[in-house]
Design a protein around this ligand. Structure first.
Ligand code: PMP
Length: 417
């Protein structure tokens, strides 16, 4: 929304606690000033973020979507600034040949930054692929069975179930452990896992986006490679990559837009794909071609690269983890003392990224969603398979968004609890 044409916006008029900004004859009502990380004027609009930046009034909701999800505003602004002419090339990144020097520099930088952030050892390859995590459910067995006929899977929820179903097309699946007995509200202790010594790999979903459970520990699978679907918490915390054979994830939660799949794979596990593996999904062919065996998702790689740089500016993954712990604590602390809202997940297995919660009276779900929407908060409805609510609070969700959510929950409980 353009606040006004011309050089600078009309200065806001202060009236007590409330500040008004006049936009083409319309009054926008703002509450208390808050500091904008990019040093432009930023106001907390009633129910929404309002920001006046370069004469443009930008209005943003707090987006709790599970994915595609909120991206850092600085990244969106940089993409906007570079849209027509990337670094003097006279082209938008979308218009660049993936084989040109400009795009190759973007992809190289993105890979270098990702390696840096996750401290990825040289003995691992980073692949920028397509097809999403669901495609990886097939691509992983095709590449990693390496002549074996069995793989172990741990079943902790909806995304594990999908991985298991797909893997069964390629091999015998041994479900080594499952939390289905308690509606996937916990992660089975490793001591209860029944691993097979002849498995080609052990597959986990390290953060179940729908159920809201997250491994706070790394399984020890000995010499059998550990494979993780980390779609919904990759880059939210440091990870010891050396403990895994392979980590994959769709980018559209914490790393960028949909269309890009990140794969981090130990080099010795590549080069043994089943003969029927489509070439574009053969990890070795892709690694040898720097992920350009086919045209990669160029714009998604560029945006992910900007997200990686943003993460480095935040202080890297240890710093972002601290912020994520603080954000999740605000929400769980409130849930644990509330008599109206509750978390269904066992404490030690709760996800910092996806927080499902239930109202004491399901008949009030729609009223709560409306109250949240009126306060500028969207996408809080839980996944259709489990119902209730879910707040996804990825890296780019500011702490103010979580604070606002708790405020609205508290008000709602006072009125309806
Ligand atoms: N795994 C997990 C943990 C997910 O959260 C998702 C997406 N919500 C998927 C797999 C599927 O991803 P995609 O649709 O990008 O293939």
């Amino acid at each position: 929304m353009r606040a006004k044409s011309g050089a600078s916006p009309a200065p806001p008029e202060k009236q007590g606690q409330t500040t008004f900004f006049r936009k083409s004859g319309t009054d926008h009502v703002f509450r208390k000033n808050v500091v904008c990380p990019c040093f432009c004027s930023r106001y907390n609009v009633v129910g929404r973020w309002g920001r006046i930046c370069d004469g443009i009034l930008v209005s943003r909701v707090f987006n709790f979507s599970a994915g595609p999800a909120v991206l850092p505003e600085e990244v969106l602004q940089q993409a906007r600034d570079e849209m027509m002419d990337w670094h003097g090339s006279g082209m938008c990144v979308m218009e660049m040949s993936h084989r040109g020097k400009e795009f190759i520099s973007i992809a190289d930088q993105a890979e270098a930054d990702l390696r840096d952030l996750l401290a990825i050892p040289d003995s691992y390859s980073v692949l920028f692929l397509q097809g999403g995590a669901i495609a990886e459910n097939a691509i992983v067995p095709m590449n990693l069975l390496r002549g074996k006929t069995k793989a172990d899977y741990v079943n902790t929820g909806e995304w594990s179930k999908k991985s298991i179903k797909e893997a069964k097309k390629f091999c015998t699946v041994n479900v080594a452990a499952s939390s289905e007995d308690k509606d996937f509200t916990y992660i089975p202790e490793q001591s209860s896992w029944k691993l097979s010594p002849d498995a080609a790999y052990v597959h986990i979903c390290s953060n179940e986006t729908i159920g809201g459970i997250e491994y706070q520990w790394t399984p020890d699978t000995g010499d059998v490679p550990l494979v993780s679907d980390a779609s919904s918490h990759i880059l939210s915390r440091p990870v010891d990559i050396a403990k895994y054979g392979l980590i994959y994830g769709g980018a559209q939660k914490n790393a960028g837009p949909a269309g890009l799949t990140l794969v981090i794979v130990r080099n010795d596990l590549m080069g043994h794909a089943m003969p029927m593996t489509p070439s574009a999904f053969d990890f070795k062919l892709q690694a040898d071609a720097d992920s350009m065996f086919n045209t990669p998702p160029t714009y998604a790689i560029y945006i992910a690269g900007l997200v990686f740089q943003w993460l480095k500016k935040q202080g890297g993954l240890a710093a972002i983890e601290k912020k994520n712990i603080a954000k999740a604590k605000i929400l769980y602390d409130y849930l644990d003392q509330s008599k109206f809202f509750r978390s269904p997940v066992r404490r030690q297995d709760r996800s910092r990224m996806n927080v499902p919660f239930k109202l004491a009276d399901e008949a009030q779900d729609d009223a709560f969603l409306k109250a949240a929407k009126d306060a500028g908060m969207v996408q809080l409805k839980g996944h259709r398979s489990v119902g209730g609510m879910r707040a996804s609070i990825y890296n780019a969700m500011p702490i103010e968004g979580v604070q606002r959510l708790v405020e609205v929950m508290r008000d709602f409980e006072a009125k309806h609890g």
